[in-house]
Design a protein around this ligand. Structure first.
Ligand SMILES: [Zn+2]
Length: 88
């Protein structure tokens, strides 16, 4: 687990930002909980609180259905920052 050190800071980013609603269209909010391969990160890694984790999971699933984010990313397409392309 030592290679997961960058997630050791544990606090809920959504609570800190006082976010009450997570919009599935707001990818900047979702990316705290998505890995570089667009997988939902478990709470033990992100430090999200239960309430916000559930909200983000719902939003991510909705965003996938709406094709805002891909379901799977194959190895060749993994890039440093997958959100870079979306933000431009
Ligand atoms: Zn929270």
């Amino acid at each position: 687990m030592s290679n997961k050190r960058r997630y050791t800071k544990k606090y809920c980013k959504y609570c800190e930002a006082k976010i009450k609603m997570i919009d599935y269209k707001d990818l900047s909010l979702l990316k705290h909980t998505l890995s570089e391969r667009y997988k939902i990160m478990p709470r033990r890694l992100t430090g999200n609180c239960k309430k916000h984790q559930e909200m983000v999971e719902k939003a991510i699933k909705r965003a996938r259905q709406a094709a805002f984010i891909p379901y799977i990313v194959d190895r060749k397409r993994v890039i440093d920052n997958p959100f870079k392309a979306l933000e431009e």
